[in-house]
Design a protein. Structure first.
Length: 140
């Protein structure tokens, strides 16, 4: 397995099967060129070709009284590749970038009952504090 920073819309389009929805080129371009946005793809070699099997995305967030932290926006690993340490490695790569950039920490929201995600995050050194509720606004 190899982890590489995504640098092109074509890479994200080739990894579209990992995302919740179709990759929109204009949104992908905006994400890739926005300061503080990070996306790493995990690849496995299959039939001599690099196949994207997972990704992690993160966004640096800064606040006047707290400094900068990394928000782990999304983690996905294709079903046949789960429980092989790929998610842990992806989270570790994003955490390493956060440390390199001087972030004071990293955080993620996890859906209730998503035991697979919780296991991946905990195996990568994260810990839950059990104090958060999620409040959302739908602008669609």
């Amino acid at each position: 397995m190899e982890i590489r920073r995504a640098r092109s819309v074509a890479e994200l389009t080739a990894a579209e099967h990992l995302f919740d929805h179709a990759v929109r080129p204009e949104w992908a371009e905006r994400f890739l060129t926005a300061h503080g946005h990070h996306l790493f793809l995990a690849y496995e070699v299959r039939d001599g070709e690099d196949v994207p099997v997972g990704f992690v995305s993160g966004v640096e967030t800064v606040h006047p009284d707290k400094g900068t932290e990394m928000f782990l926006y999304e983690l996905a690993v294709a079903e046949p590749y789960r429980r092989r340490g790929i998610g842990r490695a992806l989270v570790g790569r994003l955490a390493a970038v956060g440390r390199e950039l001087g972030c004071y920490g990293m955080w993620v929201l996890v859906d209730a009952g998503n035991d697979g995600a919780l296991a991946a995050y905990r195996s990568a050194g994260g810990k839950g504090d059990g104090t958060c509720s999620v409040v959302t606004w739908d602008f669609a």
